[in-house]
Design a protein around this ligand. Sequence first.
Ligand SMILES: NC(=O)c1ccc[n+]([C@@H]2O[C@H](COP(=O)([O-])OP(=O)(O)OC[C@H]3O[C@@H](n4cnc5c(N)ncnc54)[C@H](O)[C@@H]3O)[C@@H](O)[C@H]2O)c1
Length: 446
Amino acid sequence: MSFTLRKFISRNARSAFTKEVFTSRAYASANQKFSQIAKPLYDYPDDAQQKKDQVVQSLIRTILTSTNHEAGSPAAEKLRFLFATIQNDQDAIYAIQQASRVAGILRFEGHRDVGYNRQKPVVRVAVTGSGGAIGYSLIPRIASGEMLGPDQPVILHLIDLPGDSMKVVKGLSYELEDCAFPLLKGIKVSSDINEGLTDVDYAIFVGSKPRSKGMERADLLKENGKIFVDTGKALAKNAKKNVLSLVVGNPANTNCLVLAANAKGLDPSQFTALTRLDQDRAIAQVANYTGKPISDIKNLNIWGNHSPTMFPDLANATIGGQPALDLIKDAKWIENEFIPRVGKRGAEIIAARGKSSAASAADAAIKHMRDWVLGTGKDAVSMAVHSDGSYGVAKGLYSSFPVVCLGNGKYEIVKNLKVDTAAKKKIQASVDELASEQKQVANLLK
Ligand SMILES: NC(=O)c1ccc[n+]([C@@H]2O[C@H](COP(=O)([O-])OP(=O)(O)OC[C@H]3O[C@@H](n4cnc5c(N)ncnc54)[C@H](O)[C@@H]3O)[C@@H](O)[C@H]2O)c1
């Protein structure tokens, strides 16, 4: 550990943290708790990135056991993100402060912070299709800090088509102002994709043409594909070089493929498409069926395309730490109800509410970006990412895999999972669909 951090822990922080309770009887216990929390940071490696995860885990364990906070609680989750994104002394100091807050060492009134106060530099987040239904659910949650964390100020770039859509977006921008979000440092409304994507750090591509009556999937692919050609070029030209992009607009995987192919100079790993909604739909089905809490269900991941061919994989999932298939032994339920229902849940929602899912899609987009930027820990989440050929998925396709996110946009496809012959066949069917979509947009990929 560096000298600055050591000094902070041993002198300044100790008095800053205990200042508020100095006169109270809680001083001794607060002091003891603080020592417990800060101790593992003495082992914090300055440059050994690979050891970081271990140290982070040990820190979280220490804090949780010393404070009676349960793993998975909102406080524990917040700490997990904070510790996973430590990059320098200042980040570490901030993380210790927050840990101390959780431990009840500091008393806070409202949002008032005590001691060292880190201001992260502001980031710019673009959302296309801002005037639509998903935009309306998604954008206030970005502004509130739910996506990038409670310490990350944002400037929103709200993009939509010219004309009536601009009026809707203007209206949304007024509402955002009226929410008085402390983290929202600015709003830019634009119908020009080049202007809208200028200097952005994160881009969420929701805007795309809906499928109209009688329109074939092939027509939809081409129509939307064209949008993503210009968008990709605008992104490469105007956004930050390390911009991270999430595609939500359907057909999401293939739109993502077109986007990445046209964003020359950016890395394919900077692009992802949304399959988190499918994952969450699968988790909800399993929770209903087993009666187990949602938070017990882990590593239930989606393979393939965001379409009814996707494969929700129970073989690698766990429920309360046990293999999910030890609890779910009904193969008929899996085959005839679970898999088809997850695949066709989008259609079920349209049939019920007359419109496609919006609140749940927005929620999934928030979680996808949060995990991608802030890290997941050891449990895998579903993201459609650039295939490196893992599990026989053709290289270059954007297919959903179980991934772990390491923070700051880095992710890894989880290796060595059990994939039996039946699962392989289902994954292949979905990947074949992606390959066929790739062929249909071949002229847009040059
Ligand atoms: N991947 C997923 O899990 C998932 C889930 C639900 C919905 N979706 C998809 O998300 C998309 C948006 O859904 P919605 O309910 O918000 O639709 P919506 O029709 O309510 O809104 C779409 C918005 O996009 C705008 N738009 C269209 N083309 C644009 C372009 N070229 N540039 C900028 N804006 C553009 C429209 O003007 C409109 O405001 C649809 O394609 C839908 O199928 C994906």
